[in-house]
Design a protein around this ligand. Structure first.
Ligand code: GLU
Length: 508
């Protein structure tokens, strides 16, 4: 069997979209499963779209989610360089072969001439105004000029591009492992530019040449590239590489949460969820977009979530580590239909992964927040907080966000709870309870419970009726983690102080 070599080939044109991470992930899972090689190739031939910092961002994002690169710009490897802008001479040499064999040609048309051609065709009612088999013979190129004229132009340094000479009338076919047979009539394909006037190859040429030279076995990429695939098939044929052509795998689109159309950054912004793995500041606009990492997602949870966007293991099991995903992964189980980006599901995965962590791991997240707030906390207290909060949190920063009351007494009290639950019985119980706990040596959860019960018994008031009042006095909130444990963590002095404070300012 052919050695499995896959590549993730992003263009450094900005922050890597979460869909890019999914593409990288599927490549990585296949490589991992079949003992293959994962390559990171930087497709930076479009100089006009180059964004500084984007390449580093790609590498950092992949590292954060745990996708390891075997060959690439930083990893190195036998096919270096892995940055396309450093491979210009390779493309030049290859495009020359296409010209020499009559499969590509020089085109000298100026922007104005191209525009005039399009206008003429439009005026004549033609629905297709492409540079193609039907129009190339009326244009200014090496097919319509004599050999001598072409040479003269080239020698004189007249600006040119190199175009692919697409056959006029044939069915171009390819097999996609997800879509099956794909057929496109060559009249639908235009004479794509392969080399630009600045001597840089276009995506199509560089991509195919590199996939061949880097011995890529599977091209796994987003569905938006499917329309380019027939053109790539033609290039493989013209280069004489048909038998080494990779298998094509075009992944289903990521859709908006309601399934209506492709997921965009705008949708994510509007619905308030991240779309980039890591926080990104656009160098042009200075606009800051918060990443999944900074929003409190765990990389393992994000990976698990992304793996299921378009693939499923065929069982009801949902929690998979990277290793388990690689074991279970298969291209056959990737669906054709677009995958809805259900952010609630991502949150659910995050909860599951947080819950599964040890208190010591979770405490690290709490300490991270506390450090930013300049708050000191003992290890023991942090572990206890994490232990009673882990079932309740969604994001890493929630231990702090939802647990601030462990460090600051309430500055306000949940008004709804006060309106509904704060009454004379509560005041009576809390007054006595606060007095009683002040006399105990140590307020464990069990002690707190028994004191509360004895107080309510003594006063003949049901404990259930005053619990929310107690909680609101101690934490300011109407709900939260186990109240007895919360009081244990706070200690008797603090709890008594908070109760007395609440009793003094909540009027009823
Ligand atoms: N450079 C292309 C991109 O940015 C690569 C597409 C492919 O994988 O062929 O997505």
């Amino acid at each position: 069997m052919r050695e499995v070599r896959v590549r993730f080939a992003p263009s450094p044109t900005g922050a890597l979209h979460i869909g890019g991470i999914r593409t990288a992930l599927y490549n990585y899972l296949l490589a991992k499963k079949l003992n293959g090689t994962m390559i990171l190739r930087i497709e930076d031939t479009d100089q006009t779209r180059y964004v500084p910092g984007a390449e580093e961002y790609i590498e950092q994002s992949l590292a954060w989610v745990g996708i390891k690169i075997d060959e690439g710009v930083t990893a190195g490897g036998p096919h270096a360089p892995y940055r396309q802008s450093e491979r210009k001479s390779i493309y030049k040499q290859h495009v020359q072969k296409l010209i020499d064999e009559g499969n590509a040609y020089y085109a000298f048309d100026t922007e104005e001439e191209l525009e005039a051609m399009r206008n003429r065709l439009k005026a004549a009612g033609s629905s297709n105004q492409q540079y193609s088999a039907t129009t190339r013979m009326i244009m200014n190129n090496s097919l319509t000029l004599s050999e001598g004229e072409t040479k003269k132009n080239l020698d004189a340094g007249v600006a040119y591009v190199i175009r692919l000479k697409v056959p006029d009338s044939e069915e171009v076919q390819l097999h996609d492992l997800i879509r099956g047979e794909v057929k496109v009539h060559s009249s639908q394909i235009d004479d794509k530019v392969l080399m630009k006037s600045d001597g840089m190859p276009t995506y199509h040429l560089a991509n195919v040449v590199d996939d061949y030279l880097m011995k890529i076995s599977h091209v796994i990429r987003g569905e938006e590239w499917l329309p380019s695939a027939p053109l790539h098939v033609l290039l493989y044929r013209f280069f004489g590489w048909e038998k080494d052509m990779p298998q094509f795998v075009h992944l289903p689109l990521l859709l908006k949460p309601d399934g209506n159309g492709k997921l965009s950054k705008r949708d994510a912004d509007q619905m308030g969820f991240p779309i980039f793995p890591l926080t990104w500041t656009d160098p042009k606009t200075n606009e800051l977009a918060k990443g999944f990492r900074e929003s409190g997602y765990l990389p393992e949870a994000l990976i698990n979530f992304l793996a299921f966007l378009g693939w499923n293991p065929g069982t009801t099991e949902e929690i998979f580590s990277m290793e388990e995903l690689a074991q279970a992964f298969s291209i056959e189980r990737i669906g054709k239909a677009g995958a809805k980006f259900d952010i609630q599901k991502a949150q659910w995965f995050n909860q599951q992964y947080l819950k599964a962590k040890t208190e010591a791991d979770l405490a690290a997240y709490l300490f991270e927040s506390l450090q930013q707030e300049n708050i000191l906390c003992s290890e023991e207290k942090a572990l206890k907080i994490c232990s009673i909060m882990k079932e309740r949190v969604t994001f890493t920063q929630d231990f702090w966000q939802q647990g601030k009351f462990f460090f600051h007494g309430p500055t306000s009290y949940d008004e709804q709870v006060i309106a509904k639950k704060w009454n004379e019985d509560v005041v009576k119980v809390l007054t006595l309870f606060s007095k009683e706990i002040s006399n105990t040596a140590e307020l464990t959860a069990a002690v707190a419970k028994s004191i509360l019960e004895s107080v309510t018994n003594q006063l003949g008031i049901g404990t259930g009726k005053i619990l929310q009042g107690l909680r609101v006095a101690v934490t300011g909130n109407g709900s939260g983690p186990d109240l007895m444990m919360t009081m244990e963590i706070l200690g008797n002095e603090e709890v008594a102080n908070r109760i007395n404070h609440a009793l003094s300012i909540i009027k009823k």
